[in-house]
Write a protein that binds this ligand. Structure first.
Ligand SMILES: [Fe+2]
Length: 343
């Protein structure tokens, strides 16, 4: 029930906020997600308390669950045609409500809504849509996605990148807002606790040894090469971390490799992990107006095949990230931005 109550509270708070502003002013406020989160929080908390909940309860829930699913949190009626690229996000009532709701949800979880300057020009929200054509990016946008954590090249929160202290941590939450999903293509989630339960203690321990190579995901690759040079593989990383007794994961089927041969213990452990991920995937076909906040430490996520249809009324999600930025240094942010992380 916590999901439904959370959804009603966010929806109510965003409606009150929206009614107090012109469209242009509301749109402007998306540029300062910290301030907008602070504006929305008291009303969300008041509405949660009417249901015998608080923001503290919701945050605790989100840190013990693989994902938080908010059904029907925003209205999706006044929507333009589905775009055909990551950017720009069209400005209309539906995308405005989706974005404000996402910022409110992430604020409740004690995180900030953030972007990375090295991905999609640092845009706070991007369209996840089918990109027409034959390019690699286009093919990826049509296909399925195996289990991964987002921002896999970045360190987990609390650790520093081996090359540059300024590199910010990967996100705590991946936030997906569903605007259209006519073929009910499911988002898949693999809870880490379930995956680990299928593995032997020896395999689990192998995944926690700093012996894996991790490259950046495609959306980051070009810009990271421009900043750090041609070879942007991070060597000797763990895939599994223990943070205050809780396992955290950093993994991508396409970006994580072992340095040595295919029969090494490291490699075999990764193969077993991959197989266990497949067994633990649950499917969630998001409906328009739904938001899902995937815990990027406690689960992996992916999706089923999307197909060829693009534009018009084809599948359209918005994505943003949430991160607890309490312990970040000033130089881990891009100057003059309230949300863009380095690099
Ligand atoms: Fe992802």
């Amino acid at each position: 029930m916590i999901n439904a109550h959370f959804s009603v509270a966010v929806r109510g708070a965003v409606s009150v906020w929206r009614a107090s502003l012109t469209f242009a002013d509301a749109l402007q406020q998306l540029n300062d997600p910290v301030a907008l989160g602070n504006t929305l929080l008291p009303e969300i908390d008041r509405l949660l308390q009417l249901r015998s909940l608080t923001c503290v309860n919701v945050k605790a829930y989100a840190w013990n669950a693989p994902f938080v699913y908010l059904p029907k949190v925003f209205d999706h009626n006044e929507l333009s045609e589905t775009p055909t690229g990551f950017l720009p996000v069209p400005n209309n009532e539906a995308t405005l409500a989706a974005r404000a709701s996402a910022i409110g949800c992430i604020a409740v979880l004690g995180s900030n809504t953030v972007s990375y300057g090295s991905e999609n020009d640092g845009a706070l929200f991007v369209n996840l849509v089918v990109i027409p054509g034959e390019s690699h990016q286009s093919e990826k946008s049509k296909g399925s996605m195996k289990g991964h954590t987002d921002g896999v090249w970045f360190p987990i929160r609390g650790e520093r990148h081996p090359w540059d202290n300024r590199v910010a941590p990967s996100p705590d939450f991946v936030c997906l807002c569903a605007l259209r999903n006519p073929k009910q293509v499911p988002t898949t989630v693999m809870p880490l606790s379930e995956v680990l339960a299928k593995l032997t203690p020896a395999t689990v321990s192998e995944l926690g040894i700093p012996q894996y190579n991790i490259g950046p995901q495609g959306t980051f690759r070009k810009r990271l090469r421009e900043i750090f040079g041609s070879d942007v593989i991070v060597e000797d990383s763990q895939l599994l971390f223990w943070v205050e007794g809780q396992p955290w994961i950093r993994y991508s089927h396409s970006s994580a490799r072992t340095a040595d041969d295919e029969l090494s213990a490291a490699s075999l452990a990764m193969d077993e992990f991959k197989a266990a991920c497949l067994e633990c995937a649950s499917s969630h076909p998001l409906e328009p107006g739904d938001i899902v906040l995937v815990n990027n430490r406690l689960s992996l996520h992916g999706r089923a095949e999307v197909g060829e249809e693009h534009g018009e009324d084809s599948r359209w999600l918005l994505r943003t990230y949430g991160l607890d930025t309490t312990d970040l240094d000033a130089d881990q942010w891009h100057a003059n931005s309230r949300y863009m992380l380095y690099p």
